[in-house]
Design a protein around this ligand. Sequence first.
Ligand code: PGA
Length: 227
Amino acid sequence: MIVAANFKTNNTREYTKTYIDALVNSDARDEIYIFPTFTSLSNAKAPSNVKVGAQNFYPVQNGSFTGEIGQDQLDEFNIKCVLIGHSERRHVLNESEELIKEKYEFAMKNGWKIFYCIGESKEVRESGKVIEYLKNQLSYIDINYENLIVAYEPVWAIGTGISAELKDIDETLNALRELTDKPLLYGGSVKGSNAKEIFSLKNCDGVLVGSASWKIVDFQKILNETN
Ligand code: PGA
């Protein structure tokens, strides 16, 4: 299984190091990805089945983009894996589809592994047009890119403690499978208590975890459910 931890704006450099060190005995069959804060990247020397990625970047080598980091900075830490299109970047930081597309193309050109996040709002779910909406989000990117992982994360399930219904996750992942053979993750209030049933879904290749990944004990509960 692919199990990814998105620290968002949490954890210090010191705790991130302790956390990654604690993953040294994790099941080698799982692919684990940690997305720490930028300030913790230097401490993130990971065991071999643990990869460290960047939560964000600006699609340039370097330049005048105050507050952003580019490829030169990611290269310093040998970062080859990025999150793109996360709901908080889209809806809190108002990132446009154009910028998301630019980031995607930049990452693709560099051969980076891309976790591309898509997901509908509550209104879209209630309108019954979820698949059309997700298809549109996928239409901006090259879904044949070999290093793509698609993370389906309904906006209303992120950080709320309320995961989507298992049947809805199942249906949505099955519909996405019709569109792509790339790994499909679910994200949105995944935790130790619901991870097993999510992992058991036919087209689920893993999970992207926010809140329940911030403390190593909670993340390990999820890792314990992968087999
Ligand atoms: P959550 O966040 O697990 O706290 O819902 C998921 C995400 O933002 O990827």
